[in-house]
Design a protein around this ligand. Structure first.
Ligand code: HEC
Ligand code: HEC
Length: 318
């Protein structure tokens, strides 16, 4: 068995190497989908992700706030949950979230499984509980049959989040122009290359890096200027960021550095959703994270680069 697998690998390897050129040595690496994810589990997760029975009044599903065709978020500064309840923070995209070191802006969920239980119980999101959800799903014979096929213990909260997380791990936007350039399969325009060079030279890359161009560290919002003072709106609990998880003073205003993979198609920006355009978000990053005023022409070049990061997925139509 193992031997035949080895021979198979030898046969496949030269093919894939000749198709994809040598990978460029860059601080950003290509995204790829984990092929070991069970298709049946992910398919169940897809259904649950779109199932409004996960909310108290059957009005809200995960996809209400994470619209896959719209980039995996909701385009709002703050999400709206059951009965019009207003959330406290901007919804990030669910695409490529499996690449994040932890989930939520403040990293309070270690895994996608743990994350998925959050909205079900959150009073301003789905405002429900496992007992309510299980009661509803157990009245659906097709659902019961599917769970029984995939799990020994049928419908449980843990099995629901397992399936949703499996689905989310398939939400990877592969084959972007930038990734193909990394693989030597695509050429970028002069402006796109200049944008990438500026992105590195200004130092954006020190925080937004890796396969997800972010998502792999926490950073202080306003390292070189008081972002919250100048924002002119009242400080909220959500603005405290990572402090809400650790209770440590030094974690105040620290946030998980967001992925920029789909930034070009996911406004508004920042945890407070206070910025409508990518131009303005980049200008603010220059001022508050790098202490630099970035000229408009450079901002346009960086935007051209960010556009090349948008990959493909069958559920995404940017
Ligand atoms: C009412 C709107 C709403 C609903 C419903 C909702 N979410 Fe979210 N989601 C959010 C918001 C807002 C955040 C950010 C919260 C935070 O960071 O404190 C978020 C964060 C996330 C994240 C973390 C992404 C990251 O980069 O950190 C994932 C993954 C996610 N949601 C998946 C789901 C799943 C799965 C469901 C259904 C079980 C769901 N969401 C239901 C609004 C919603
Ligand atoms: C010191 C680390 C750091 C540096 C340097 C940095 N960023 Fe950020 N970036 C962050 C953090 C943290 C956030 C989230 C801030 C918040 O939501 O309050 C962010 C948010 C963003 C966003 C908004 C993404 C979204 O989904 O809301 C964009 C766009 C962005 N950065 C681009 C850039 C660019 C371009 C540069 C270079 C000019 C840059 N960043 C430099 C840490 C950094």
């Amino acid at each position: 068995m193992q031997k035949s697998l080895f021979i198979l690998t030898l046969l496949i390897l030269p093919l894939s190497v000749s198709k994809a050129g040598p990978l460029k040595n860059e601080p950003i690496t290509p995204l790829s989908i984990d092929n070991s994810i069970s298709a049946q589990l992910a398919e169940l997760g897809d259904r649950l992700f779109h199932d409004t029975r996960l909310s108290q009044d059957n009005s809200v599903s995960c996809s209400s706030c994470h619209q896959l065709s719209q980039g995996g978020a909701d385009g709002r500064a703050r999400s709206i949950g059951v009965a019009g309840a207003m959330g406290a923070i901007k919804a990030p995209t669910v695409f490529n979230s499996s690449y994040n070191l932890a989930q939520f802006w403040d990293g309070r969920a270690a895994t996608l499984e743990e994350q998925a239980a959050g909205p079900v119980h959150n009073p301003v999101e789905m405002n429900s509980s496992w007992s309510q959800v299980l009661a509803k799903l157990n009245r659906d014979p097709a659902m019961v049959a599917t769970f029984n096929k995939l799990f020994d213990d049928g419908i449980t909260g843990a099995n629901i989040t397992t399936a949703i997380a499996a689905f989310e791990r398939t939400l990877v936007t592969t084959n972007s122009r930038f990734d193909r350039w990394l693989l030597g399969e695509e050429t970028l325009t002069e402006q796109e290359l200049k944008g990438y060079q500026l992105f590195r030279n200004y130092g954006c890359i020190s925080c937004h890096q890796g396969a997800n161009v972010g998502g792999n560290m926490y950073a202080y919002m306003g390292a070189l200027g008081d972002y919250f003072k100048n924002r002119n709106t009242e400080l909220t609990q959500a603005d405290l960021g990572r402090f809400n998880v650790t209770g440590q003073q030094e974690d105040k205003h620290y946030f998980k550095v967001p992925s920029l993979r789909l930034a070009a198609i996911n406004s508004p920006y920042f945890h407070d959703g206070s910025v409508a355009t990518l131009e303005e978000a980049i200008r603010i990053m220059g001022l508050y994270q790098l202490g630099r005023e970035i000229p408009t022409a450079h901002i346009q070049d960086i935007i051209a680069f960010l556009n090349t990061l948008v990959g493909e997925h069958s559920k995404l139509t940017p």
